[in-house]
Design a protein around this ligand. Structure first.
Ligand SMILES: Cc1cc2nc3c(=O)[nH]c(=O)nc-3n(C[C@H](O)[C@H](O)[C@H](O)COP(=O)(O)OP(=O)(O)OC[C@H]3O[C@@H](n4cnc5c(N)ncnc54)[C@H](O)[C@@H]3O)c2cc1C
Length: 413
């Protein structure tokens, strides 16, 4: 990857490959730190201006809300699209008695908030475009990357070339830029898929999220405003086509049946979306003149609701390190600068990435020992306060990535 490059002037301080929510939020943070940014995005501008509803309801922590407020993203969200999350309840097997995880575990009234991903994308675009230091080039697919002693250079599919002191890969969990930087990643294919669909329900949700670990599949019901919920069915991938082919009435009936009627009668609203579940953890988050953020660094199991929260955390840490380097007159592409970001981001994300995998495995394994272990875990959680706190924290994280849990408090340092 190393080459001797001629020295035309840089096109910006930082090139960011990918104008998804992570790339856009980073552009905002870097601009506020006094750096200029050129975003390179493969999609057309029209697709960014009116992002399609992808069915994802993103659970946001208190920390994420604070970061989004500081970057001016939160203020751009339509208020009616922000749904509070006050409590989570877990049902296991055929049980109708839930384990309850409430805001009482923390100081705040809400555990977190749910916001549709396409609104986050639109808000991030608006915030980035309001900063003079940020430029966006669409129809710009990055196909090559070279790193030299004083600059890195990317080449687009149409042959155009851009240079900067630093290139940031924000081009999703299957990041091509990561690969071009010679950085590998550990991938875990869960062999399962998530089907997302909205349902209207007859009983109020009271801002409670439900997670029902049924035999064969899990069902999460995420509370939205106006008596709507997002149903997330996680099941072995070979069963997904059958669920996707159900008509609306049959889908709503299945969801209602598995929910122990917790939200009353249900009707399907809008299309369903299918996501194969693959976790990705990059071997490194930094190389000379290259850094990784968002899903390109850590692609979480989606049901655990961490991806964007981790993305924002990475944005915060990387921007802080680059700002300090610039103020100290250091090279922002130097490996030592980027390694400080890498060390902190790894320390924060790796335990939760691994812990999430373990929890997902336990709560989706249908072998009899795993069913027993699940029952035991939840039974203990109901009695022993300290252990209960830890278990609830883990489950709470899995459900929502929310504030108010022990893990979250460690994360919210
Ligand atoms: C079903 C589901 C539910 C989720 N729920 C939650 C949740 O509750 N809480 C939470 O925190 N997170 C959640 N997430 C995760 C969250 O959606 C992601 O972490 C986040 O959207 C990732 O943003 P990103 O910018 O890193 O990547 P992306 O959104 O994938 O954006 C990457 C961008 O890079 C562009 N690109 C790709 N390749 C190139 C290239 N070669 N050149 C130029 N541009 C390129 C793409 O076009 C795209 O615009 C969920 C995810 C899923 C799938």
């Amino acid at each position: 990857m190393t080459a001797t490059l001629p020295k035309p002037p840089a096109d910006a301080d930082v090139l960011v490959a990918g104008a998804g929510p992570a790339g856009l939020a980073l552009a905002c943070a870097l601009a506020d730190a006094g750096l200029s940014v050129l975003l390179l995005e493969q999609q057309a501008r029209a697709a960014l201006d009116a992002p399609a509803d992808d069915g994802r309801e993103i659970a946001l922590t208190h920390r994420s809300r604070r970061v989004m407020q500081a970057l001016g993203l939160w203020q751009r969200l339509p208020p009616q699209a922000i749904a509070p999350l006050r409590e989570a309840r877990v049902l296991n097997g055929d049980s109708t008695t839930p384990l309850c995880i409430g805001a009482a575990d923390g100081a705040a009234e809400e555990l977190g908030w749910l916001v549709p991903n396409h609104h986050i994308r639109a808000a991030a675009l608006g915030a980035a475009m309001s900063r003079a230091q940020v430029r966006l080039l669409c129809d710009a697919r990055v196909v090559a990357l070279e790193s030299g002693p004083t600059a890195a250079q990317v080449t687009l599919a149409d042959g155009r070339v851009f240079r900067a002191a630093l290139v940031v890969a924000a081009d999703s969990r299957m990041s091509q830029t990561r690969r071009m930087a010679g950085i590998g990643a550990s991938m875990h294919d869960f062999g399962r898929s998530a089907i997302l669909g909205r349902v209207a329900h007859s009983r109020p949700s009271d801002a409670i999220a439900w997670e029902c670990f049924r035999h064969g599949n899990t069902l999460a019901l995420l509370p939205l405003n106006d008596r709507l919920a997002s149903a997330v069915v996680t099941l072995p991938s070979d069963q997904a086509p059958q669920w996707m082919a159900l008509d609306d009435a049959a889908f709503a009936a299945r969801v209602q049946g598995q929910s122990a009627e917790c939200l009353g009668a249900m009707q399907a609203v809008g299309p369903r979306h299918l996501y194969p579940l693959v976790g990705v953890y990059s071997h490194r988050f930094a190389a000379p003149r290259v850094a990784l953020i968002g899903d390109a660094a850590v692609g979480m199991h989606p049901v655990t609701a961490h991806g964007w929260n981790f993305g924002l955390y990475g944005v915060e840490v990387l921007a802080r390190e680059l700002k300090a380097a610039r103020q100290a007159g250091r090279d922002i592409g130097a490996l030592a600068v980027l390694q400080a970001f890498e060390a902190e981001h790894r320390r924060t994300t790796l335990p939760i990435y691994l812990g999430t995998q373990a929890l997902v495995s336990l709560f989706t394994d249908e072998r009899s020992w795993a069913r027993l272990a699940r029952r035991g875990v939840l039974a203990v959680a109901g009695r022993a306060p300290l252990l209960a706190g830890l278990i609830k924290a883990g489950i709470a994280r899995q459900l929502t990535g929310m504030n108010g849990s022990l893990l979250a408090r460690a994360w919210e340092r």
